[in-house]
Write a new protein. Sequence first.
Length: 215
Amino acid sequence: MKIPKILFYFFMFLPLPVTLAALVFLPEQIPAHFDMDNQVTRWGSKYETLIFPAVTIIFGLIMLGISKFPDNRESNQEKVCIITGIFFLFIFNAVTGYFLYIDFIKAEDLSAVFIDIYQLVFGLFGIFMIVIGSLMPKLGMNSVIGLRTQWSMKNETTWEKSQRFGGISSIITGILLVLLCCFTKGLACFFGYLGVLLLSLPINIFYTYKAAKKY
């Protein structure tokens, strides 16, 4: 666990010094808010860029807190929290870097940038789902990740069956999200992401219900 924890703390605190260093080069006024069509709607002070590093640190602290309070069934809670946290903190880092670039060039339309925020976030989330899907069959019960419903957590058998099914579903969903982000941008990417998740979620939940009834 030593290396994963080092990575966790690295990604947890990295955005802060990077943003502090970038403040020297940023213009005094930066694009501070974009609408759903990727158009800037508000300009703000460059010091607003410090908000996201603060949120990243708070998220890291929350994940560390959750890792310390497993229930009796959750033997690998800390490991799951750390590894899950690493990936989400990496997304926070990527978004921080993206918006520092946007602020530096004073972009008024994110659609004109080589990759928009929807493609970045949902594409990374799709990769995350592929990785987690491959790990889910090996996951023990935990409070953070996996196909978790009242039915999947009924007993060890329903948990194992649910994670095996959920792992395959997660990989397929992740692949669809990555492909979606390769071919769509903006609102099309956003609504496509919602559509994929809304399609997979009830299928996964229904499977856990059937597994609980059978086992």
